[in-house]
Design a binder for this molecule. Structure first.
Ligand code: 2P0
Length: 324
C-alpha cells in the first residue's frame, strides 16, 4: 500500500468558561460544559503517514524525537476505527513564539485527530473529529472549530463533543497574552483538576455556577455585550482558581507578575478602558479587549512588561488540512 501523508493545522483556544474536572478520566468526559475562543496566532501543524515498515509509532515535535506512550494510546483509537495495524510517522511543529509557554495540547490533538484520521483513510465529520480529539486532551475537542466554541459535556463518548457558537466573528475582539513564565507547570491540569474534585469543598458550587455562567455568556455574546462577556469570563476564571486555593493540598498557578498584570487591567478599567483577564493552568495572563483599545492597553502594559512578553491575537479558524 502506498504511504499517504496528510498535514493538518489546528489553532489553540482559550476558555472563557473553564473546563476543570472530569467525570470519566478514560473517556475524558468533563464535569461541566465549557466555552472558548480559538486564536489565530498560535497553532500546531502535524503531518501523519502510516507505514507498514515501522515497528512502532515515531513522533517528532519541533524536530526533536519524543516519547510515544501517550501518542500511541491515541493512535490506537485511530487504528481501531480504521481497522489498520501499521504504525505511523508523526511530525509536529508548534507555531507559538518560543517563550510564550502556550504550546498547547488543544491544538496538538486537534491537528493530530484530522491528520491521523485522513492518513488512515477515514472521513470523519467535525463532531467525530471533536470526539476523537477529546480522547487526547479535553480542550482539543474545542479546537476543531474557529471562533466561539462550546464543548457539550455529554454523558458518554458519543454525546461529548464541541459545537460552534459563532465561527466567523464579525466583532472587533482581540486577546493580549502577557507571557509571565514559560517554565513547565508545577501541577499539570490533569492532576490539578482531579485534586480539586477530590478535595475542594466548593466543587459542587463550581458546577452549579459554571452552568449559570455559560448561559449568561452565550446571551452576552449573542447581544454583543462586551462588558458583560468580559465580566463573566473574568469571574469564571477566578472561581476556577479559587477551587485550586481551596484544595488539599492547596495550590495556585499565579506568580507575583500575574497579579501585577491583573491589577493593571483593573486599573485600566477604572479609567474607562474596558478589558478583562483570564488565566489557565499557568501564570500567563490573557486579556480580552476591543481592537480599538489594544494599542492603548499595550502601551500601558509595556510600562511593566517587555515587548516580547506581549502577544496580540484575534479569533482564529478551525482545524483544516494544509499543503506542505
Ligand atoms: C480549559 N484548561 O477549559 C481549562 C482551563 C486549563 C484551564 O483544558 O486532562 O490539557 O488533557 O483533558 O485539556 C487544560 O486541560 O486537560 C484545560 P486534559 P487539558 O481550557
Amino acid at each position: 500500500m502506498p504511504v499517504k501523508t496528510f498535514t493538518a493545522r489546528a489553532h489553540t483556544n482559550i476558555a472563557l468558561i473553564k473546563y476543570w474536572g472530569k467525570k470519566n478520566q478514560d473517556l475524558i468526559l468533563p464535569m461541566n460544559n465549557s466555552l472558548s475562543l480559538t486564536l489565530d496566532h498560535f497553532y500546531t501543524d502535524t503531518e501523519v503517514s502510516f507505514d507498514q515498515t515501522l515497528k512502532q509509532d515515531s513522533f517528532y515535535l519541533n524536530h526533536e524525537k519524543q516519547d510515544t506512550a501517550k501518542i500511541t494510546r491515541f493512535m490506537d483509537l485511530v487504528r481501531a476505527k480504521a481497522h489498520l495495524n501499521s504504525f505511523a510517522r508523526i511530525n509536529s511543529i508548534n507555531h507559538v513564539p518560543t517563550m510564550a509557554g502556550l504550546a498547547s495540547s488543544a491544538s496538538a490533538y486537534a491537528a493530530l485527530a484530522l491528520a491521523a484520521s485522513k492518513a488512515a483513510g477515514l472521513e470523519l465529520s467535525r463532531p467525530d473529529l471533536s470526539r476523537l480529539a477529546r480522547r487526547g486532551s479535553g480542550s482539543a475537542s474545542r479546537s476543531i472549530y474557529g471562533g466561539f466554541v462550546e464543548w457539550q459535556q455529554g454523558h458518554d463518548d458519543q454525546s461529548s463533543y464541541a459545537i460552534p457558537i459563532e465561527e466567523d466573528l464579525n466583532w472587533d475582539l482581540c486577546m493580549i497574552v502577557v507571557v509571565i513564565d514559560k517554565a513547565k507547570k508545577k501541577i499539570s491540569s490533569r492532576v490539578g483538576m482531579q485534586l480539586v474534585i477530590e478535595t475542594s469543598p466548593f466543587y459542587p458550587a463550581w458546577i452549579k455556577q459554571a452552568e449559570q455562567d455559560l448561559s449568561a455568556i452565550k446571551k452576552a455574546i449573542k447581544e454583543r455585550d462586551f462588558k458583560k462577556m468580559g465580566t463573566i469570563a473574568e469571574e469564571n476564571a477566578m472561581k476556577m482558581h479559587a477551587l485550586n486555593m481551596s484544595a488539599s493540598p492547596h495550590f495556585s498557578y499565579f506568580e507575583p507578575a500575574s497579579i501585577e498584570a491583573m491589577q493593571l487591567v483593573e486599573l485600566l478599567r477604572s479609567e474607562g478602558i474596558y478589558c478583562y483577564y483570564t488565566l489557565d493552568a499557568g501564570p500567563n495572563v490573557k486579556i480580552l479587549c476591543s481592537d480599538k483599545d489594544s494599542s492603548r492597553i499595550l502601551t500601558r502594559l509595556r510600562t511593566r512588561f517587555a515587548k516580547n512578553q506581549l502577544l496580540l491575537a484575534h479569533s482564529g479558524p478551525g482545524v483544516r488540512l494544509i499543503d506542505k
